[in-house]
Each structure stands twice: as C-alpha cells, then as structure tokens.
Write a protein that binds this ligand. Structure first.
Ligand SMILES: [Fe+2]
Length: 215
C-alpha cells in the first residue's frame, strides 16, 4: 500500500482518479459469482452492507463537510447531505434490506465492527483531502456495485429497487464536481497535505468493503 500512496501523493487529480478507478475495478473483479452463493451468503452480504451504510454514510459526509475548508467543497458536500436527509436514504436502505429478508443481526454488525470502527476513527481525524479521496472512491464504487447488490436481493425474492436505482446512476457532473472539490482542498492545504497519506481512507474503506463481501 505504501507504494500506491506515494504514487498518488505525487500525482495530479487525474492520477488520483485513475488510481481510484483501478482500485474499484480490482474490487469489482474480486466479487464472488452470484450463482455460487447460497441464500444465507446472499442474505449476509446484503445485511452487512446495510449494517455499514444505513447509519454511517451521512456521518462520513458530515465529517467531510466539517473537515473541508473551501467554498466549493462545502457546496458540493452540502448538496449531497441535503439529498440524503430530504429523501431519507437511510430509510430507503432499511426498506431494501427488509424486503430482501436481510435486516442486519448482531452477528452481521459484529462482522463489520472492526473495519467500520477504523473508518470512523479515520473520518474523526477530519483531514479534508484524504476524506474527500475516500468519498470519491466510495461514490465510484457504489455506482458499480448496485447491479450486483440488486441481483442478490432479487434472488432473495425482493422487488424493492428504490435504493439500488437511486444509487446506481452514474452522475458524471457530480463525480467531476467531487474531484474539483478535491483539487480546491489540495490547493488550500497548500502542501500541508503532503504529510498525509492520501489513500489511507481508501485503504480502510476497501478493507471494510471486503469484509462486507466475505463476512
Ligand atoms: Fe445515499
């Protein structure tokens, strides 16, 4: 991971975006074939995903907002938070899990506890640039993961698609804006971010996602 981080630190926004896209592709390629999963494995994956996302996404975005210093980043993150709360994305997430018979249990929460705690503590350090890099990685990932998540739920007998349809849209403008916010935050950090590991949040979130998938 150290080599990867150094590359990104020295690189431009384009280099970071390219690096994140590669990480997303690797992660997608590592997903198990759905045909080979048992009903219990499908349920577990939806439940662990839900245990992480329902109560934490807004927290992560709020951390990004508190850490950011630029007007552009604040405006972009605020718009995202507004949508999350106004349209009750946590409510959507819960309906999705319930309809698939996959509401998280204590065991599901325990499986992701350590990985989730590490991401929470990282966000709590309020380092704007690495948090926004993590958000950009997450945004890219979730869009690509939704078709897989939806298929898991379909095979569990669900017909509730609001969550996956809302989050599976590739929003080119939003993604571009997020990278613009990142660029502004890097400018404002004015070299201060040099000592930060830009991909620390990405590493932690990827570990958590792998735990969601594998249990
Ligand atoms: Fe959302």
């Amino acid at each position: 991971m150290a080599t990867v981080s150094t590359t990104a630190k020295a690189g431009s926004i384009d280099a970071i975006q390219q690096r994140l896209n590669e990480r997303i592709e690797d992660l997608l390629a590592s997903l198990p074939e759905i045909d080979g999963l048992s009903a219990d494995e499908r349920r577990g994956m939806i439940a662990r995903y839900s245990a992480v996302l329902e109560g934490n996404f807004i927290y992560w975005m709020t951390g990004a907002y508190l850490a950011a210093k630029s007007e552009e980043a604040h405006a972009i993150i605020l718009e995202n938070l507004h949508e999350e709360v106004r349209d009750s994305h946590p409510g959507m997430m819960r309906r999705f899990a319930l309809a698939a018979g996959a509401a998280p249990t204590d065991t599901d929460a325990a499986a992701v506890y350590e990985g989730l705690t590490n991401v929470r503590l990282f966000v709590g350090r309020l380092q704007a640039v690495p948090i926004i890099v993590m958000e950009a990685f997450f945004e890219g990932w979730i869009q690509r993961f939704m078709a897989y998540l939806e298929e898991l739920a379909r095979r569990q007998g669900s017909t509730e698609w609001e969550y996956t349809q809302v989050h599976g849209v590739c929003d080119v403008t939003h993604t571009r804006e997020l990278y613009r916010a990142l660029e502004r935050e890097q400018d404002m950090a004015n070299g201060a971010a040099e000592s930060e590991d830009l991909l620390e949040g990405v590493d932690l979130l990827e570990t958590l996602i792998r735990k969601i998938v594998a249990g």
